[in-house]
Design a protein around this ligand. Structure first.
Ligand code: GCU
Length: 418
């Protein structure tokens, strides 16, 4: 268990150290910068309609992100290999029906696999929309779940860490009761199932399965860990599309922090996700990299070199040379629903940079006749803004809170018309 949580604890300590060290948090010191235009091809030609966006500009941005940032992922497997391991009706005091589904990444059942834990409103009469989210460890899965001994032997980590009948301190991050009460489901996977999160973790994860003969690590334009986690989110989607209890046209992909970056990249590529939610995704996520505020590209590349691809390393302290910035990553979600959220004390993630990412992506929704953020003025605390692109900043620290989930549920209800 320690092996599994150590990288997360280490990351939390590194975060504190970095935040206390030599980091700029001075808005007056942010230099002027020019963003690459969302609505112009690299050749300079303007993009004036949804058709040229879809056929020309979107593929161009996708290719930039694929080669320069996250790295190319393998294609969708020809066949989905999964097993429904257990079902339980009336979990969580009668509120939920639950199932545990194992999705195998290779063709055989002996290789790497992930466990998808799914909560649906008890006794739902029709297929329900679902929030899908990777979580940071089995502890979270357990924390959601407290107490009900659903085949403990197969929810890994339960025996080791779940105090029976109590909720873990991370439970607020997954507001499962609120989600169920709104008529939606929640599906979650431990990201360690895909690749444990530390330098050198790759060999314990799925990336080696796809190395070509003679290759010992991915090439400079091939996937890093974030792309691997994101690819697995798409494999979870492959399953959700098949599950008749789930409305596969209404699946929201949610992620916090590094998993917010992951949700954005997975959602950018996989248009089956009808909503993408990036909670405090920061640098390499929704925040504009050109802003010299909080975490920088160099910090990502030195502290988490396994997250991005080899080519991304060349942008350390060279943000001005990037042919991309976060607004372009966000624009790849258009015209689907996008929610970007910040926390006031999470300066490391650069809340204003996250807002500006969403605001500068918004004109792309306009091509589809949809309204995005609708303002270039950053809102005050607890004042969500925007229509199909929405943003809020709340009081407090880097975390996921009940307030955040309440906004995501309202947004989903508006997007899904329910
Ligand atoms: C670190 C990292 C961030 C990341 C965060 C997290 O603080 O610097 O980029 O978002 O960890 O995932 O919690």
């Amino acid at each position: 268990m320690l092996k599994r949580i150590a990288p997360v604890l280490l990351a939390a300590c590194l975060r504190l150290t970095a935040q206390q060290a030599d980091v700029l948090y001075d808005e007056a010191g942010v230099p002027r910068f020019t963003l690459p235009e969302a609505l112009a091809l690299r050749s300079g030609e303007r993009v004036r309609d949804a058709k040229s966006w879809n056929n020309r500009r979107r593929p161009e941005i996708l290719a930039i992100y694929e080669t320069e940032v996250f790295g190319r992922s393998p294609a969708k497997p020809a066949k989905l290999n999964y097993e429904v391991k257990a079902l339980e009706n009336g979990a969580l005091g009668g509120k939920a029906d639950r199932k545990l589904v194992t999705v195998f990444f290779g063709e055989t059942r002996g290789g790497p696999k992930m466990d998808l834990l799914i909560y649906l409103p008890a006794g739902a009469k029709k297929a329900v929309p679902v929030f899908l989210g990777l979580n940071f460890s089995a502890i979270h899965t357990v924390a959601i779940d407290a107490g009900v001994p659903l085949g403990q032997q197969w929810v890994r980590g339960v025996k080791e860490s779940a105090p029976q009948g109590s909720r873990g301190s991370t439970a607020p991050r997954w507001q499962v009761e609120k989600i169920l009460a709104a008529g939606y489901g929640l599906a979650t996977v431990d990201y360690n199932d895909i690749e444990p999160d530390f330098v050198g973790g790759m060999k314990h994860g799925i990336r080696p399965l796809f190395l070509k003969p003679g290759q010992s690590e991915p090439a400079a334009d091939e996937w890093g860990a974030i792309a691997a986690w994101g690819w697995a989110a798409s494999r979870a989607m492959d399953y959700l599309e098949k599950d008749k209890d789930v409305d596969g046209k209404r699946v929201a992909l949610f992620g916090h922090s590094r998993l917010g970056k992951t949700a954005l990249w997975a959602g950018a590529q996989d248009t089956r996700f009808s909503i993408v939610i990036a909670n405090e995704s920061g640098e390499g996520g929704a925040a504009i990299s050109r802003r010299n505020y909080g975490e920088r590209t160099k910090d990502l590349n030195t502290r988490f070199p396994h997250w991005f691809d080899g080519n991304f390393k060349k942008y350390s302290a060279r943000e001005d040379e990037m042919p991309f910035d976060s607004h372009l990553l966000l624009s790849l979600i258009a015209p689907r629903g996008l929610y970007v959220a910040s926390a006031e004390e999470d300066r490391w993630s650069d809340p204003r940079g996250e807002f500006l990412g969403a605001a500068n992506a918004s004109p792309v929704w306009g091509l589809f006749g949809k309204k995005g953020i609708g303002t270039m003025e950053m809102p005050g605390l607890h004042q969500p803004v925007g229509d199909h692109v929405r943003y809020h900043i709340r009081a407090g620290k880097h975390d996921v809170t009940a307030y955040d989930w309440e906004q995501y549920l309202k947004f989903a209800a508006a997007e899904w018309g329910r």
